[in-house]
Design a protein around this ligand. Structure first.
Ligand SMILES: Cc1cc2nc3c(=O)[nH]c(=O)nc-3n(C[C@H](O)[C@H](O)[C@H](O)COP(=O)(O)O)c2cc1C
Length: 450
């Protein structure tokens, strides 16, 4: 049962995986330097957890890239290699309500009134194309009287005044629905933004499900999430969070927001232009600043898609015994999905793709392949498409569906079409893949390795 403190995780991981943590002590600016380091490392196929100990004038410690590697997420969950999705779903199924504590480290410092100035927070600018510095790891907690439950979701946020944060609810998930409820009641919606918490809490927060993700965090921890109540609205937030910003969103407010470098790989100003009016800042002593790398970084994509892939695999397997694997490739942002099928009946792959396109609102293209294709290898999937697929026979398109407004090719409100490509072999397929015997390969290796 893991300790729920981010700092305990960092200490444990640094000890158990020293080669997978890089600490950079050189002074770096708040603008772009950290993103550039992450991008350069990724070009070298390096995805380690990063700690920068001297960022900006105040020498802030920034922790980032925590979710950039799937093996690291396996470690967080205690999953065996290759067993990420099953382990996530097993743990998430044990969802349990949080436990309220009287006190916790996040209550060590409380700032409100005249002393409150959001400009004092160490926000980073991620891309040259961004409108300015952004909070990228902010998880908004809201508790809704009508839904009868709470919700966690990530929302980018920029400081627009001493107390104002501009944010966007463009994914139109539960928080957006809660805000519509508040609008109908003519009330502002109380919210608390968590910045920096244990990675299992952060992973749970990215699930797009109709369950209070704090309960899922409890499932992942195998123990109730330890929470304290925020001072003004009593919102239950992780007791050992690094920062919590508490306030309200008034549905009537409208504030300019963006552009910001999004998971699509584009700088986007498509935004719902919401304003969080912050009343209280809570933070620990010597708080760490946790950043999520913006853009279509491994970290940003992994964080959202690991819970998504796990959910899709579970749902598909409940209905279709022939599904072998599901993978959302980096190259597709969140818009592509590959599914491996051991097809037993004609049309089965098409039906499976219909299910995926119906369940996941972000998906635009699904490719079904046979289970001899390695889904994590884009060129293998494209080879199947090149050799097992006929455009007049193996494609179908459904149009006029709600999708992601962050896809620049969609309409401004995110309407999109979806496409299924069936690159499975089909009953009449009789081509024989080329083969090299194991013996010949072993001799080649011996020859080349000396
Ligand atoms: C790192 C990260 C950043 C995100 N930023 C935003 C954002 O700025 N605005 C938004 O509407 N959704 C954003 N999302 C997506 C929502 O957090 C996600 O769709 C949410 O969990 C919706 O689920 P829910 O319906 O359970 O609330 C982000 C997701 C991740 C992982």
């Amino acid at each position: 049962m893991p300790d729920q403190d981010l700092r305990s995780f960092l200490a444990e991981y640094g000890e158990s995986h020293p080669d997978d943590v890089t600490t950079i002590e050189a002074p770096l600016s708040m603008a772009e330097d950290i993103t550039a380091v992450v991008w350069e490392l990724a070009d070298r196929d390096r995805h380690e957890l990063l700690r920068f100990t001297n960022v900006g004038d105040k020498g802030t410690t920034v922790v980032t890239n925590m979710f950039a590697s799937r093996p690291r997420i396996e470690h967080m969950l205690g999953a065996p290699a290759g067993g990420l999705h099953e382990r996530y779903e097993d743990l998430a199924a044990g969802a349990v309500a949080p436990e309220v504590l009287e006190d916790g480290p996040v209550l060590e410092n409380l700032i409100r009134g005249e002393d409150l100035d959001l400009n004092a927070l160490p926000l980073l600018t991620h891309f040259a194309s961004d409108s300015g510095p952004y909070i990228t790891s902010g998880i908004i907690v809201a508790e809704d009287p009508e839904m009868g439950r709470g919700n966690l979701s990530y929302h980018r946020a920029a400081v627009v005044s001493r107390t104002g944060l501009a944010t966007s609810l463009h994914s139109r998930g539960d928080l957006w629905r809660m805000l519509r409820g508040a609008e109908a009641r003519g009330e502002p919606l109380p919210v608390a933004m968590v910045i920096g918490a244990h990675p299992l809490f952060m992973l749970a927060a990215s699930a797009r499900v109709s369950v209070d993700e704090r309960d899922i965090a409890g499932g992942l921890f195998e123990a109730p999430l330890e929470v304290v109540r925020t001072p003004a609205y009593g919102i239950r937030v992780p007791a050992s969070a690094e920062y919590v910003l508490e306030g309200t969103i008034d549905p009537a407010d409208d504030v300019a927001e963006g552009p910001f470098g999004e998971f699509s790989g584009y700088s986007s100003d498509r935004s719902t232009r919401d304003l969080i009016e912050v009343e209280t800042i809570l933070h620990r002593n010597n708080p760490l600043w946790v950043d999520i790398v913006g853009g279509n970084s491994n970290e940003h994509l992994n964080l959202a898609r690991v819970p998504r892939e796990a959910e899709m695999i579970r749902k598909l397997r409940e209905r279709f015994a022939t599904v072998r694997a599901v993978h959302y490739p980096n190259s597709g942002a969140h818009f592509h999905c590959y599914v491996a099928v051991e097809q037993q009946r004609a049309g089965e792959a098409r039906q499976i793709m219909l299910a995926l396109l119906g369940w996941d609102p972000y998906l635009k293209t699904v490719v079904a392949v046979d289970d001899d294709i390695n889904l994590t290898d884009d060129s293998a999937v494209l080879w199947a498409l090149a050799t097992r697929f006929q455009p007049d026979r193996d494609v179908f398109v459904v149009d006029g569906l709600p999708g992601s407004p962050l896809d620049p090719s969609s309409s401004v409100d995110g309407s999109t079409a979806r496409m299924a490509l069936d690159a499975t072999r089909g009953a009449d397929f009789d081509a024989i893949p080329i083969e090299i015997s194991d013996g010949a390969m072993e001799r080649a290796r011996a020859l080349l390795d000396g």
